[in-house]
Design a protein around this ligand. Structure first.
Ligand code: NDP
Ligand code: OXD
Length: 315
């Protein structure tokens, strides 16, 4: 019985944190897998495609990320239970990111910072939070925590999910039939969807044109989008075009079609566009290691693992 920590980043950190918890089995680090027949568990974050399929006795995969699109895109991914990472620390950090970006745009900070750079003392009309409608796409762990954080500021809140959800204080919509009505009453759109075949490219120009354009002066001069889900959810050329044409007033983007975002991307220097390097929510190695060992322990005891990914659904 052996745990293999495998992936593209922070492998030694996760392995060190797992060993510190003194598990009753060996912890190895890719690519030093040793005798691959020993490996029964994998803690994975962006492993090379095909690598997990080389492990003949693998019983369980634990994803370092909440999002598992990177694992599921490997057609050779072994058909063993896959647990994704869910943790209050991760959700809390996402809620901080989302609240900070909503406040940043609602309080017109991009324009105020631009004025400061030019030493301009000028009044900028800021809408009150109670007059701004924030719509959250994805009502799971990340979306739920973000909405709870936003509730404290008094925004008008709405949410959109695949299946019906009920959240106190939030007007909920679902499915393709609910999308237009959801968008029509949204001034600031937050996306924390998983990347699946159904959601790929959903943040496109056609969708931006369905966002609220009513009451702009009481609210914001135009709609704003915030994407902390995955880069594959957004069509970057459409974001650039929509910002330039004024169909979008601003954007905060934490994730990109290509990461790191290439220096040639126009997104780096568009007005009211905030670029962050995929850090909206990142958990510590000790929390991830503890979560992984808990799933292994559950698996060994014959208990259901937590947060098992539904591969047919894609999240
Ligand atoms: P959950 O599985 O808990 O929630 C996913 C939500 O998305 C659910 O409400 C689900 O609907 C909804 N959804 C899925 N597919 C569709 C669809 N086709 N149409 C409408 N709604 C849909 O995931 P988490 O909240 O934990 O994580 C969400 C994503 O956030 C991750 O997959 C990852 O990509 C991203 N993330 C990014 C981080 C960062 O640092 N930038 C950090 C952590 C996560 P339903 O409720 O009906 O199931
Ligand atoms: C995740 C992420 O999915 O950090 O957890 O992007």
């Amino acid at each position: 019985m052996t745990l293999l920590v495998i992936g593209s980043q922070r492998i030694d950190e996760f392995a060190t944190a797992a060993r510190a918890l003194k598990p009753p089995f060996e912890v190895r680090e890719w690519p030093d897998a040793g005798n691959i027949a020993d490996v029964t568990y994998a803690l994975a974050w962006g492993p090379p495609p095909g690598a997990l399929a080389t492990l003949p006795n693998l019983k369980l995969i634990v994803s370092v990320g909440a999002g598992v699109d990177g694992l599921l895109k490997d057609p050779t991914l072994p058909n063993v239970p896959l647990a994704r990472y869910v943790d209050p620390d991760l959700s809390h950090r996402m809620a901080e990111y989302v609240a900070s970006q909503v406040l940043w745009h609602q309080r017109r900070m991009p324009d105020l910072v631009a004025q400061q750079e030019r030493k301009i003392w000028n009044y900028v009309r800021e809408p009150a939070a109670k007059d701004v409608r924030v719509g959250v796409m994805g009502l799971g762990e990340m979306g739920g925590a973000s909405l709870r954080a936003l509730q404290n500021f008094g925004y008008q809140l709405r949410g959109w999910s695949r299946t019906p959800r009920t959240i106190a204080g939030v007007t909920c919509y679902h499915g393709t039939t609910g999308l237009e009505a959801f968008l029509a009453g949204t001034d600031i759109l937050v996306c924390v969807l998983p990347l699946t075949p159904d959601t790929r490219g959903i943040l496109n120009r056609e969708l931006f044109r369905k966002l609220s354009i009513s009451g702009r002066h009481e609210r914001l001069p135009g709609p704003v989008i915030i994407n902390a889900g995955r880069g594959g959810l957004q069509v970057e050329a459409d974001i650039v075009a929509a910002i330039k044409s004024g169909e979008l007033f601003g954007a905060s983007l934490d994730v990109f079609e290509t990461e790191p975002l290439p220096p040639s991307s126009p997104l780096w220097s568009l007005p009211r566009v905030i670029v962050t390097p995929h850090l909206a929510a990142e958990s510590t190695a000790p929390s991830i290691a503890a979560y992984c060992l808990r799933q292994i322990d559950r698996h060994r005891r014959g208990m259901p693992i937590e947060n098992q990914v539904d591969r047919a659904r894609g999240y």
